[in-house]
Design a protein around this ligand. Structure first.
Ligand code: ADP
Ligand code: ZN
Length: 679
């Protein structure tokens, strides 16, 4: 184990194992058959990469996605480990290089797509090269009932038997059925040593908000996180396009992504997202499994996801590097109607529909939660943690009032109108409004007419939404979404149970979400300089920024400010090879030989609000230096120009054009204006 700990720091540059990793690495290195279930971002790859270096022979890694394999191979090579992949995406030269490394006995890890197992020569190849261990990534792909089923995964068990070597299987999918299937298919039913790690992702901040001008909410959230990589999940293809355009209008680098796009266009977006630092992708759930970017800083849902599992998986793409990441999930009554209708209208058998409703209910329960979101979320996965201190409800506990009376009024309106109407008309009745529909149905003669005047329309909307969210009422698909009471509501109607409702759901949506800073104010300029250095190196090497160093590593550098190579080596993520390659360059940045020393024009603004404005303008112009697409002619603004803009009293496009001139206004105007008007 000492050897492993040593390699952990010298090769991978980590000074400690993440929770659970040490035991898994030990078992895999010992040659046990292992099944490890770890949450996304838990650090699964290390659990087979490290043993691969400790054991003799080649470790064969089966992984379902070419993009993921390529990234891992690239990252391993960057860390000085001989690794290669045999996939259909290889060029001939790449394949030749892999075989050469195999022939010369240099290769430690060989990545392989499952399709390759179908070809006759593979077994003899793997025998010949001395395969010592099989590692299976995304092992749930063996499950025929899952969404990710890959028939070729069924050949892995046979391969294990034929080679007679240990097998280590990894997945983030924990449910008991999938686990049993993996054991049956990969291990012939003989129980492997199993590790089940907790599902918490403590670095991810959780937040929900009721929809209230959702487009503005998303733009506000993204605007407060300018320059950070993020994903906005949308329920429809059309919305991905309009949101991406709206984000671009605000000066963000943003693209749309959905399954209706040409494969080439989709790949181009995936590539840009992986490669760039700070791109936003507005996507449907089609943007998912191929994404292996560890430094996604935020995930927003413009619409409610389909179930609690989808929610967990989608927010889980954020912050895999362990640095703070943020999420925001918007939801409204329309989302609930849409998701219920999708389930009801599906062709699934009834018990499956009931299960899907239950999974949706779990998510709605989370959306309308009255206490710590993480407790609610992990409770669903069978864990029972303390309040987390890293969710919106821990940040500001909701104001809860006894809603029993209000809910009974609403239920009474529903029942007395024969469960035939939606929330809009029911609200009219409760408010005592004299509409045509009310009059023609003689609903003004009901005893419920006008009993709800103590609340206004938005408040009643919030009440109905919460009632749907708590599954007290459900839209009836056969009757155009008319609300029907469920059995859950009966005890409340009969006065046997009370119910607490949130008062603030409508109001909170208005307060603008503040971004959490990754580092303290005083370290922010250094972090920006380190990132700029990283970007320059990444562009020169044509690799994604995180392959040089992850955000987390840069954050630690900015906070600990290493002065020597020794101290630099002590930073998480700085292994021997990277220290050798990049250590000196980053030390120079820390030592203050920053690429952009503070300009006198900026110094004059120090300590004033214009100073911060100047820094944001500077960043925006750096991002747009080569235009939106990154391919334009380089263009920049002088420090004194920026200082002048930061000091503008009432900025609009015309004044900007007066200061910047035509060409610069075209390139930077919209981004600058949105920063100035944001302020
Ligand atoms: P997953 O479990 O989702 O496959 P990865 O293996 O991609 O996760 O790891 C997620 C991130 O965590 C990567 O950026 C990886 O470099 C980092 N990581 C893994 N192990 C450690 C560790 N012991 N210390 C610090 N960072 C780690
Ligand atoms: Zn919490």
């Amino acid at each position: 184990m000492d050897h492993a700990a040593q390699l952990l720091s010298t090769v991978f540059g980590f000074d400690a194992f993440r929770p659970g990793q040490a035991e898994i690495v030990e078992a895999v290195t010992r040659g046990e058959n292992v099944l490890a279930i770890m949450p996304t971002g838990g650090g699964k790859s290390l659990c087979f990469q490290l043993p691969a270096l400790c054991r003799s022979g080649v470790t064969v890694v089966i992984s379902p996605l070419i993009a993921l394999m390529r990234d891992q191979v690239r990252a391993l090579r960057e860390a000085g480990v001989e690794a290669g992949a045999l996939t259909s995406g290889n060029t001939d030269a790449e394949t030749d290089a892999v075989f050469r490394a195999l022939d010369e006995d240099r290769l430690r890890l060989l990545y392989m797509a499952p399709e390759r197992l179908a070809s006759g020569g593979t077994l003899s190849l793997l025998r010949r090269i001395g395969t010592g261990l099989i590692a299976v990534d995304e092992a749930h792909c063996v499950s025929q009932w899952g969404h990710d089923f890959r028939p070729d995964y069924l050949r892995i068990g046979e391969l294990r038997r034929a080679l007679g070597v240990p097998l280590a299987a990894f997945t983030a999918t924990a449910d008991a059925e999938t686990r049993a299937e993996i054991v049956a298919k990969l291990f012939d039913g003989a129980d492997p040593v199993t590790f089940l790690r907790g599902f918490d992702r403590p670095n991810i901040h959780l937040a929900f908000a009721a929809k209230n001008n959702p487009r503005k909410q998303i733009l506000g959230f993204a605007g407060a996180r300018r320059g950070q990589s993020g994903i906005v999940y949308c329920a429809t293809r059309a919305k991905t396009e309009t949101l991406a355009a709206a984000l671009r209008d605000e000066g963000h680098a943003a693209c749309a992504y959905h399954a209706g796009m040409q494969p080439d266009d989709r790949r181009a977006v995936e590539f840009r997202f992986q490669q760039e630092d700070g791109l936003i992708v507005a996507a449907t759930v089609a943007f998912g499994m191929g994404i292996d970017k560890p430094d996604i800083r935020w995930v927003a849902h413009a619409d409610l996801p389909k179930s609690i599992e989808s929610y967990y998986q989608e927010i889980g793409r954020a912050g895999r590097d362990g640095a703070p990441a943020e999420t925001l999930t918007l939801f409204g009554a329309d989302d609930i109607r849409l998701r219920r209708a999708q389930i009801d209208e599906s062709l699934a058998p009834d018990d499956r529909k009931a299960a899907d409703h239950a999974r949706l209910n779990a998510l709605l329960g989370l959306a309308e939660a009255l206490r710590c979101r993480r407790q609610t979320l992990l409770g669903y996965f069978g864990e029972d943690p303390a309040p987390c201190g890293n969710c919106d409800l821990c940040d500001s506990p909701p104001e809860v009032f006894d809603g029993t009376e209000v809910v009974r009024k609403a239920l009474s309106a529903i029942l007395r109108t024969g469960e035939s109407f939606g929330a809009g008309h029911l609200t009219d009745i409760l408010l005592g409004l004299d509409t045509d529909k009310v009059r023609s149905r003689r609903h003004d003669e009901l005893p419920t007419f006008g009993v709800g005047r103590d609340l206004d329309r938005p408040q009643w909307q919030a009440v109905f939404r919460q009632m749907m969210g708590r599954d007290l009422v459900r839209p009836d698909p056969a009757r155009h979404g008319a609300l029907r009471m469920t059995d859950t509501a009966r005890p409340i109607l009969r006065g046997e149970e009370t119910i607490g409702l949130r008062r603030d759901m409508v109001k909170t949506a208005r307060s603008r979400p503040e971004a959490r800073a990754l580092v303290s104010d005083e370290n922010a300029p250094l972090l920006a300089a380190l990132k700029a250095k990283r970007r320059a190196l990444a562009e020169a090497a044509r690799v994604p920024a995180y392959v040089i160093f992850t955000d987390r590593t840069l954050i630690e550098m900015a906070e600990r400010r290493p002065e020597t190579l020794d101290q630099m080596a002590g930073i998480n993520g700085v292994g021997a090879k990277k220290l050798d390659r990049y250590g000196a360059a980053f030390l120079r940045i820390v030592a203050g030989e920053a690429p952009a020393p503070v300009h006198p024009a900026r110094m004059k603004l120090a300590g004033r609000s214009e100073g911060a404005l100047y820094d944001r303008l500077l960043q925006a112009q750096a991002e747009l230096a080569r235009g939106e697409a990154g391919t334009g002619k380089p263009l920049s603004c002088s420090a004194s120009l920026l200082a002048k803009i930061a000091s503008l009293k009432s900025p609009d496009m015309d004044t900007l054009a007066g200061v910047l001139g035509e060409r610069r206004t075209e390139r930077f105007g919209p981004a600058f204006l949105s920063i100035l008007q944001d302020d």
